[in-house]
Design a protein around this ligand. Structure first.
Ligand SMILES: [Mg+2]
Length: 393
């Protein structure tokens, strides 16, 4: 009798949660929902670790995966042997964790985030996904990592993109629930047999943040290349989906900035050195774009107020939001929460900012409860371990 009461009450609570999420309402914060694992759900989320799957009502998705305790029951132990690994794991996990924290509130407005700021990992929301679900940003980033691990070629990256789009490879649960228009159009072109570097849109309208959000691995893979080689590689990887100069220059800027952070420079020095790099190497090919990067290239970005930062999916807005957040936050957690609470393209901005912050502050600064809740963390770890080996040349 007691047993039945417990299960029913849990289902009832779930039902209320699911219905309220579907109608866009908020659930109560800090309600203890499970008497078995005694896990408290902070913020809002569905649950639970002790759920009997035979009794699962249809409207409850992914039993067990909804509870962070489920992941915490099988934590991965990341072994870091040196500063280099600390930066690679910090950057790559920092990226995925930022993505996963931003996914439930993607497209929310800044006003909504100010009223209900993100403080912890949440589940459900925009795409109705469980805790720790990362999106296309991470999927496309690991497509690139996998291609590098197998001996980089742009063709291998393109094949991985097709497998992601058509078969759900490189996703947490086999579904593509989020993909940008330019990226989708480019993948359709790849499928039609067009040469990969010809597939990315080159019109001004094709300057979403879709290539910037997946370029980070190039900072680790290409850091020993000469300036021109690094630029060419970055252009090639961007052009797969985003061939306009604005998107390519944003990628070059971010990759070079990440390299300066990897090299150990402080934030401001890294920014100075990146601006010098752009001025020395990109004037000829990209001068027409410099006007669009003026807040960044003049370093004005560092002193702007929050109201002057837009956090849309436009590549310039995204890069500005990332840099602004990185310069205004202290620590990994603060960076991610500041990025997400700008609203807008929360997952991508938090992922890109999380990549830089993860490199800068190191793996150990990423909160364990966030890291351990990440979907497919073992598989990601394996892939990153191999990436560490491959890029250590
Ligand atoms: Mg996304």
């Amino acid at each position: 009798m007691h047993e039945n009461y417990k299960v029913n009450s849990l289902i009832e609570r779930w039902n209320v949660d699911v219905q309220s999420y579907r109608s866009g309402a908020k659930t109560l914060a800090s309600v203890p929902q499970c008497e078995t694992c005694t896990n408290y759900i902070r913020g809002n989320a569905l649950h639970c670790n002790c759920y009997n799957s035979e009794r699962k009502p249809k409207y409850v998705l992914f039993p067990k995966k909804e509870c962070p305790a489920y992941y915490n029951n099988s934590p991965i132990n990341l072994k870091i042997q040196n500063d280099r690994e600390n930066k690679i794991y910090g950057g790559l996990f920092g990226f995925c964790v930022g993505d996963a924290l931003g996914v439930p509130v993607e497209f929310s407005t800044r006003e909504e985030r100010e009223k209900d700021p993100i403080k912890e990992m949440r589940a459900y929301g925009t795409y109705h996904q469980p805790f720790g679900t990362w999106s296309d940003d991470t999927s496309l980033t690991i497509c690139l990592i996998d291609a590098i691990n197998r001996g980089y070629s742009i063709k291998k990256v393109a094949e991985n993109f097709v497998n992601f789009y058509e078969k759900g490879y490189f996703t947490p649960y086999g579904d593509v629930f989020d993909i940008g228009n330019s990226t989708r159009n480019a993948i359709i072109e790849i499928c039609a047999g067009i040469s990969p570097i010809e597939c990315g849109g080159r019109a001004e309208i094709d300057n979403g943040n879709g290539s910037l959000m997946r370029i980070l691995p190039i900072a680790f893979y290409g850091k020993k290349l000469s300036g021109q080689e690094l630029i060419q590689l970055t252009e090639e990887v961007s052009s797969l989906t985003h061939g306009h100069n604005r998107s390519k220059l944003a990628c070059i800027f971010y990759v070079e900035f990440a390299i300066q952070i990897i090299l150990g420079y402080e934030k401001e020095k890294a920014l100075d050195r990146t601006i010098d790099f752009i001025n020395s190497n990109c004037v000829k090919a990209y001068f027409g774009e410099f006007e669009n990067f003026k807040k960044i290239l003049s370093k004005k970005i560092v002193n702007l107020t929050k109201d002057e930062i837009k956090s849309s999916g436009y590549v310039i807005d995204t890069l500005e939001a990332v840099l602004w957040t990185f310069f205004h936050a202290n620590g990994y957690r603060d960076t991610i929460l500041k990025a997400i609470n700008l609203g807008g393209d929360t997952d991508t901005i938090a992922a890109i900012a999380g990549g830089i912050a993860g490199i800068y502050y190191g793996l150990n600064d990423i909160p364990q409860e966030w890291l351990q809740s990440i979907a497919k963390k073992e598989e990601l770890y394996q892939m990153f371990e191999q990436f560490c080996v491959v890029t250590n040349t």
